[in-house]
Design a protein around this ligand. Structure first.
Ligand code: AMP
Ligand code: FE
Ligand code: FE
Ligand code: ZN
Length: 283
């Protein structure tokens, strides 16, 4: 059984439509996948319909951007929550709104030094997709300023770049509580991905666990090997489930579908803990 619980479509910063992600999952020979677009659930229906028609099981998910009081970025995966639960919805809306102003501000700063403007960035955002730095990266690629997204992220879009602007995002402890209150199952995404920027210390892990964290995404290409061993120890100490995933973004990142997998036991634990009416869709 091949299970990949972390993928993105063009409803956030992936490059394929939600249905095309399901088709790619089928072509890659996987049995189960979760669509976890950043701060949106708009792709659930289309991805689920396509998956089921191809004989693939679909797990509705979302990746929530969070920021600690120290300004450290944390990504929280939520599985099987109620997308209409008002408190979670309000936080996600606030974050999405702030992402837009922040992207406009970053483009304004970049335009002082590079031939780029908001219209070009906007052309790279599909419909009501969650706007992020990857869309600015695509505009920089179109303008010939960088070769690809990765180059953009290691230079002008890096969190330490002079063009970087933060956006509002909920504290991870609040996000864990909101996901649980919406009947969902919160899993800490790539918890020790040091190459992306600063990672949180033990006190934040403890607080998230106390708030109801269900699991840790251990097998992810951005978690270094020694970090994975620490995460596995932490998971067994606190009886957390562990997952492994690709974090597929289509052609937007080198990550390949199924490059890391989640066990059936972990998926069963996720399903057992979910309490909303959102369920896994089976073919
Ligand atoms: P943002 O949420 O707007 O701050 O942008 C962060 C997003 O950019 C993350 O969700 C990543 O998926 C994506 N990202 C980070 N690094 C890279 C990279 N090197 N290449 C492509 N996408 C990246
Ligand atoms: Fe992303
Ligand atoms: Fe992430
Ligand atoms: Zn992701």
């Amino acid at each position: 059984m091949k299970i990949d619980l972390h993928t993105h479509s063009a409803d956030s910063d992936g490059t394929e439509s939600p249905a095309d992600v399901a088709r790619a999952v089928h072509a890659a020979g996987l049995d189960v996948f979760a669509l976890t677009d950043h701060d949106t659930t708009s792709g659930w229906r289309a991805a689920g319909d396509a998956a089921v028609s191809l004989g693939v099981a679909f797990v509705p998910g979302m990746e929530i951007s969070c920021t600690t009081e120290d300004g450290i970025s944390v990504h929280l995966l939520s599985y099987l929550h109620d997308p209409d639960e008002p408190a979670l919805r309000a936080e996600i809306e606030a974050s999405r709104c702030s992402r837009l102003t922040r992207a406009e501000r970053m483009v304004e700063l970049l335009s002082e030094d590079y031939p780029i403007d908001w219209d070009v960035v906007r052309d790279h955002v599909r419909g009501d997709a969650t706007v992020g730095r990857p869309h600015i990266a695509d505009a920089l690629v179109s303008a010939g300023i960088v070769g690809d997204r990765t180059e953009a992220f290691t230079s002008v879009l890096h969190s330490r770049s002079r063009y970087y602007v933060p956006h509002y995002a909920p504290d991870p402890v609040l996000a864990v509580r909101l996901v649980r209150a919406a009947g969902g199952v919160p899993v800490f995404a790539h918890p020790l991905a040091a190459a992306r920027g600063r990672v949180v210390g033990p006190e934040v892990f403890e607080a998230m666990i106390d708030a109801g964290l269900a699991g840790l995404e251990v097998a992810h290409r951005d978690n270094p090997d020694d970090a994975r061993a620490r995460l596995v120890r932490m998971a067994s100490e606190h009886d957390l489930l562990v997952t492994g995933s690709s974090d597929y973004h289509g052609t937007g990142k080198p990550n390949r579908l199924g490059e890391n997998l989640t066990s059936v036991q972990s998926l069963v634990r996720i399903e057992e803990q979910a309490t909303s009416s959102t369920t896994v869709r089976h073919p």
